[in-house]
Design a protein around this ligand. Structure first.
Ligand code: SAM
Length: 232
């Protein structure tokens, strides 16, 4: 999978050198590139923002550098591209969206700053055949920029790619499955830690009873905490 992140802070993406994603990049499973939006400006100050039409506080990111930066990323591939414009006003990211994006060939992330990106950028690329535009929020709160949101999505999507997680069975029984269920609580050794015992049933060796207990725990947690809608 090819991934391009466009940002005024490309250094934000150095964590992608680490851990499973770092290894997957070394193995060629993920081809990641960060592009500096300021490389597509032509004034001495490398300006990427301007005052909002209609007035109001803050600055808005100008469409011209965004257009050039996205075009440069699109020029690198013939495949259909998923362009993710990060915005707190977008549709909410979840495990279903991660699964859908895991079959993408090339994802481009547009990481906004200031008051966000001129709305015509998303509108323009919606008219382009090669591009599917997704305006995505990672939750109901406001960050300073889209870089952290892009990192969240990159991690959730790329761990689903074959070969990225060492043991693919770990993906089989995870939280937020297609029924919107959460996983049961997990324990390891020692059996007593600071006076807290591991639930006795897990030490019983009775696999049927353990499976039943885990199922009950998963259902009770799901009723309390899950917000994801079950699929039909
Ligand atoms: N003025 C915008 C609003 O109220 O909707 C907020 C802009 S925010 C300060 C700057 C940038 O951070 C956004 O353009 C977006 O890229 C990113 N961002 C902030 N919160 C986000 C969220 N919850 N999900 C995804 N991106 C977010």
């Amino acid at each position: 999978m090819k991934i391009t992140a466009i940002s005024i802070f490309p250094e934000y993406f150095t964590p992608l050198d680490l851990s499973l994603i770092g290894k997957a990049r070394e193995q060629g499973l993920i081809d990641f590139k960060a592009i500096n939006l300021r490389d597509f400006t032509y004034d001495n100050h490398h300006t990427v923002d301007d005052t909002p039409y209609g007035g109001g506080a803050g600055m808005v990111m100008k469409p011209e550098p965004w257009g050039e930066a996205i075009d440069s990323a699109l020029a690198e591939t013939d495949a259909p591209v998923d362009l993710i414009v990060l915005t707190p006003a977008g549709s909410k990211f979840n495990q279903r969206k991660a699964e859908t994006l895991a079959s993408a060939k090339h994802i481009i992330f547009a990481c906004g700053r200031y008051e966000g990106i001129d709305a015509r950028v998303a509108d323009f690329y919606r008219t382009q055949n090669q591009v599917r535009v997704h305006e995505i929020s990672i939750g109901d709160y406001v960050l300073n920029g889209g870089e952290v949101a892009a990192l969240v999505i990159i991690e959730a999507v790329t761990r689903l790619l074959p070969g990225v997680i060492g043991n693919p069975d770990s993906l089989a029984e995870e939280s937020h499955n297609e029924l919107g269920e959460l996983e049961y609580p997990s324990y390891t050794k020692p059996a007593n830690w600071r006076g807290l015992e591991v639930p006795e049933i897990l030490l019983s060796g009775n696999h049927g009873a353990i499976a039943k207990w885990r199922r009950e725990q998963a259902l009770s947690r799901s009723q309390q905490n899950s917000s994801i809608e079950p699929q039909d």
